[in-house]
Design a protein around this ligand. Structure first.
Ligand code: NDP
Ligand code: OXD
Length: 306
């Protein structure tokens, strides 16, 4: 069995060593133009040429959860595209989102600024019931995040495409419920996949529907958010602030208004990192399952876009 590795911006050697250790019966090599055909591929943002050449692949394993970059390519119709299925990402995402929501709710940014000025300040406690948190996307990551927020007793709402029942979470489904969902939220967390339906979904109209003083946490993709609409709503006062981990252009270009905006916290696409060992173990297990003819979890539906 031949496995080819083609991951932009990723050091190949540790992945190749890990895959070889997990699949000693396989030949694992880094893809080069003109390389011989492989059975399976491990990829992140491969070039179109990779797919044009590797027409005989049985499956292509993305070393991330989001497959928007992959689905922009021309894929052979029968190719199985497989996403990472948690692999240690959901706990990181839960930490990140809870940290951002709690930092905002408890006004820790304000305390830090006061302490930096040598001020011993006091703020009136805010009522948790006034801070319903809405999670857009109730998939692998969204459900874990919603459950973690519940642990802190925030009222939690969730919105997805198909109807869901998640313990302790008020669930909304489909476009017809979107406005009701938004108007019930004081903190909005975006964990949707980037698809033609969800591109630009965080815009002036939708963000204006949040409760006054709302807070945005975008951890999905930069192209979900219309940057200028966010800036206008922050500067106009309808939104209190935002924590942004993902951007239309990454790295965030020098001089972009988000870098220095006093109401925006920026992190460099780091909310849920791909963990190499967990990912290799998961991918190796799925390759072996496919070779045995067994079904696997995490198959992407290209028509649906995630
Ligand atoms: P899943 O595919 O498991 O879940 C996606 C959720 O979004 C599902 O609940 C789905 O609904 C819902 N959804 C999709 N389209 C729509 C729509 N049009 N309207 C309403 N709901 C919709 O994804 P994950 O939870 O694993 O990941 C989500 C995204 O997080 C990834 O696609 C990626 O972009 C981003 N991500 C970011 C990381 C970072 O470090 N910043 C790390 C990892 C992921 P349904 O359940 O009905 O199908
Ligand atoms: C992912 C990401 O999609 O890291 O996994 O953004």
């Amino acid at each position: 069995m031949n496995i080819t590795f083609c991951c932009t911006d990723t050091k190949a050697e540790p992945w190749l060593a890990g895959l070889r250790a997990a699949l000693p019966q396989a030949t694992v090599t880094e893809w080069q133009p003109g390389a011989p055909p492989a059975d399976h591929a491990v990829v992140w943002a491969p070039p179109q040429r990779f797919l044009d050449e590797q027409q005989g692949l049985k499956a292509m394993f993305n070393i991330g959860a989001g497959v928007d970059a992959l689905l922009k390519l021309r894929l052979p119709p029968s190719l199985k595209v497989v996403r990472l299925d948690d692999a240690g990402m959901s706990v990181q995402m839960a930490e990140y989102v809870c940290h951002a929501a709690i930092r905002h709710f408890r006004e820790f940014g304000g305390y830090e600024a006061d302490v930096a000025q040598g001020r011993w300040s006091y703020r009136k406690p805010r009522a948790r019931t006034d801070f319903p948190v809405g999670v857009m996307g109730l998939g692998v990551l969204g459900q874990r995040v919603a459950g973690a927020l519940r642990q802190f007793d925030f009222p939690v709402r969730g919105w997805s495409r198909s109807a869901k029942a998640v313990d302790g979470v008020a669930c909304y489904a489909g476009p017809a419920t979107f406005h009701d969902f938004l108007s019930s939220c004081r903190v909005l967390v975006n964990l949707l996949p980037l698809t033609p339906e969800t591109q630009d979904i965080l815009n002036r109209d939708t963000l204006s529907r949040l409760r006054p003083g709302a807070y945005l946490i975008n951890v999905a993709r930069g192209a979900h958010l219309v940057d200028d609409d966010l800036l206008a709503l922050l500067d106009g006062g309808h939104l209190a602030g935002a924590t942004l981990d993902v951007f239309r252009t990454e790295p965030l270009p020098a001089g972009h208004a988000f870098w220095k905006h006093p109401k925006i916290t920026v992190t460099p696409h780091t909310s849920a990192r791909t963990l190499r060992d967990e990912s290799i173990a998961q991918i190796a297990g799925k390759i072996l399952a496919l070779e045995r003819g067994e079904p696997i979890a995490g198959l992407v539906d290209p028509a649906r876009g995630y």
